[in-house]
Design a protein around this ligand. Structure first.
Ligand code: APR
Length: 314
């Protein structure tokens, strides 16, 4: 069993919601928030601490004055980053966020050397790769949060379509956390009944398309991306690690031969427990899914190559 101190770097919408959710769940003993923007971590830490007064279990929520004050954490969640603005290309954004990641991860390596890192910053799979490269840690200790969120978005679509209780709906999304993600509704069950017995082929396609569009749909209505879904998905993963629950959840991990690929991070089902990624589950992929998986992998490798071409790792 690990200790119960969680660091969250980036106390914006997603980071703060993860902290709030964790404190309401009583999952950890202490949360430390850090944000580069003056006052953000402090203000949110105070607010969440006061909300915790009414939580079933008290959680200490503090703000770190500097990144190096995120010390001796058991889990560190990284949500630091900047969103894409006006004239930025995807490659520009990639370089900017990778530099932020390098700085943040160097600090974690120094100050929380035993931690397990949950990477949340986008582009998710490439940023998770950066965490591996910068830490050089064994690959079980770094995991990207993607499938937990995309899976909840798929379950939502199934619930909306069928009207059946969300709690009994499975979830499985693999591939990148982007436009080539691969929802696999035909592989899941609802209340132990295979979904393929409950919906038509057309409805199955609808579920896939709506899941892929899940993040964009929120942006369309809200003008900004979602944070309750991501915050809760992060808390789900933190809980699996701190409580050593051996929970199966799709996550972005570094492959080393699994699925026929090496040296690339991508979403696949894994077992999460006290050691982080305790196992990578290799699904049998049919020819169509395998083709989609390879396309998805190539899109991630393209991002990694932008960094390599810019000598980011040297
Ligand atoms: N160190 C610490 N915090 C940083 C740093 C840094 N070097 N650089 C930026 N930040 C902080 C920003 O000040 C901001 O408060 O990261 C926070 C990001 O929060 P938001 O802009 O509100 O973004 P959010 O919606 O929370 O998303 C965070 O998660 O889902 C992904 O795509 C999303 O990459 C994004 C990340």
């Amino acid at each position: 069993m690990r200790g119960r101190k969680v660091g969250i770097i980036g106390a914006g919408a997603v980071g703060a919601t993860a902290a709030y959710t964790l404190s309401m769940m009583g999952t950890c003993h202490e949360i430390v928030l850090f944000d580069i923007a003056d006052g953000v971590a402090k203000g949110k830490a105070i607010d969440i601490s006061q909300a915790s007064y009414y939580a079933p279990q008290g959680t200490i929520v503090n703000a770190a004055e500097s990144a190096s004050d995120i010390k001796d954490c058991d889990v560190v969640v990284i949500t630091a980053g900047v969103p894409r603005k006006g004239d930025m290309t995807r490659a520009d954004l990639l370089m900017i966020n990778a530099k932020i990641m390098k700085e943040v991860v160097t600090n974690i390596k120094e100050n929380s050397p035993e931690a397990i890192i949950i990477c949340v910053s986008n582009p998710l799979d490439v940023m998770t790769y950066v965490c591996h490269q910068i830490t050089g840690w064994s690959r079980n200790r770094i995991v990207g949060m993607a499938g937990a969120l995309d899976g909840s978005r798929m379950a939502y679509q199934i619930q909306q379509l069928t009207g059946y209780n969300a709690g009994q709906i499975g979830s499985l999304v693999i591939g990148d956390h982007g436009e080539n993600m691969i929802p696999l509704p035909h592989k899941i069950s609802v209340g132990d009944i295979p979904l393929s017995e409950l919906v038509s082929k057309e409805q199955m396609e609808q579920i896939i398309n709506r899941t892929k569009n899940g993040g964009a749909e929120i942006v369309k209505h809200l003008g900004t991306s979602g944070y309750y879904g991501p915050g809760r998905a992060i808390a789900f993963m933190v809980e699996a690690i701190l409580n050593d629950t051996k929970t199966i959840v799709s996550s972005s991990v570094l492959l080393d031969g699994e699925y026929g690929h090496k040296d690339v991070t991508v979403g696949v089902p894994v077992v999460l427990g006290a050691n982080g990624v305790e196992k990578i589950i290799e699904l049998e992929l049919d020819a169509d899914t395998k083709e989609k998986f390879d396309i998805s992998l190539r899109s991630i490798e393209n991002g990694i190559n932008v960094l390599k071409d810019n000598n980011f790792f040297t």
